[in-house]
Design a protein around this ligand. Sequence first.
Ligand code: K7E
Length: 642
Amino acid sequence: MPVLQSCSKTDNKATGGATGSALSSDAASAVYVAPGKHDEYYSFLSGGFSGQVAVYGLPSGRLLKVIPVFSQNPENGYGYNENTKPMLNTSFGFVPWDDLHHPKLSRANETTDGRWLFVNGNNTPRIARIDLKTFETVEIVEIPNSAGNHCSPYPTNNNEYVVAGTRFSVPVTPEGKLQDVSLKEYKDKFRGTISFLKVDKDHGDMNLDFQIMVPGFDYDLANGGKGPSSDWIFFTSYNTEKAGTLKEVGASQNDKDYLLCVNWKLAAKYAAEGKAREIPANYAHNKMNHETNQATSTMKKSVKILLPEECPDMLYLIPVPKSPHGVDIDPSGENIVISGKLASVIPVHSFSKMQTAIKNKDYIGDINGIPVLKYESVLQAEVKEPGLGPLHTEFDGKGNAYSSMFVSSEVVKWSLKDFKVKDRIPVYYSIGHLMIPGGDTKNPSSKYLLAMNKITKDRYLPTGPELAQAGQLIDISGEKMKMLLDFPLIGEPHYAQAIAAEKIAPNSAKMYKLDANKHPYATKKEADTKVVKNGNRVDVYMTAIRSHLTPDNIEGIEVGNEVYFHVTNLEQDWDVPHGFAVMGAQNAELLIMPGATNTFKWVPTKTGVFPFYCTDFCSALHQEMQGYARVSPKGSNVPIAF
Ligand code: K7E
């Protein structure tokens, strides 16, 4: 690999001045994917406050797709059309926005398998699953007894569970959630929860199996163990003093917060043995059915919850420097890395020392009956002078860790052998998460690292007060990191995942089979198209094929009717969707995949003749794919004609 020059140390400041790595043309060739060629990796970037997931090819940084999850998407009608609206249903009603932070790929044998992508909605607590055959959101489960679903979602190593933790503690008691509670009662009544969604091995369907009630801290981030620590998942927490001080240690611990260590295997065993109590809880479980292309939303009424005092050995606390952020476990499963935003060192805890401390009951006290281990007795090492503001850490397959430094705007490489810093590279600017393909698994790649930066400033042509956030691809294959590429991102990416293209590409769906289309209003041939009026409701059974919509002239609709256009795309060819839109309709368009049926609801508010047309340029006669709907006054009884 040719040597690149990295930028000088003096550039290592988030000043907004014109800076940059000095790059040779080697960087260009390292990321160049020739026309017609494919990228080596799929990467899935969280969209943050856009509520979406963006799919980029790496190393090129080419945007391949935007997948709407928690947001309505005018581009394909997700959340606007009748098929997908139920996906955004919650116990609060229809909530078509969220703050999506963390994508995690499904796993098999401690490695990503490319089947599904799990993501969290922070604001109205939800976990979603994207099917990587179709790149569509197929399931959303609301998380009850939660608020600010930030430390989520974490699939266990063989996809047994997807685990979600609450950021804000909530007033939940062993009897259920309280509604109207004085905030003065925080200490007594507020608790955190950790939720375990069981994942169906074959189909990926998630079911909220049980929750664990945990002390009323604020839980920030988590990650699961690997190898020897596979049965465990670790959560960072802050504001821990709100929940009460340590019984025996008291105020001396106030410079520390806690890492909550959860033995999820044991918790699952307790739950299976019936130790969990069932409490009332209201939450939505929404699923997309691929055969009918229709989502359904079911409201659930209760959840099972485990109380720590009834479940010994399930939870332990480890003190960590105040206000920790990320917790990341190295590929060996032994080193637990805590990134404390304000800490001057990066503490690394040892899983084996933790096991010894538990065996020897080497505790310094307890919180709500949960034993607190001694910081020193579980500490493996402290990484000294890592930089300022460590947030997150990922790993390569060669014994190195890479930490993002928000304040000093750099990626710092350090060794898991001697815990010493080996290299650092400035990033532009204020990095949040970083990601190495497989960097959170047992088998990381050691080629690329993606930095996701919060502030862009002078890196791109100015676009007013707001600039797209900046992704930077870094070559980590050699001893020294090398900057390769800047590219703009969507929304505010927090975390990302990436996987070798061959784990996904061969399984990607090319169309829906028209034969298998079980949509109740599917029209499989043009001869079957019709318009049916029943009271105030009009159902239009429409087909779309290059280059016409059938029927294309419709009469008999009246102002205030509920008109449903069920449009079936008769094409059986890859990448030939058709679109559908009506003048003045309150929705976005439909974008109908080959072989599928989508439904568009229109309630005309005035009389007139309303054109409709296909919105997705599909053939030389695309402009001819159009028609008219006549809307007559209410009660005029113009007969249905088409
Ligand atoms: Cu650090 Cu939400 Cu993962 Cu943002 S969190 S950076």
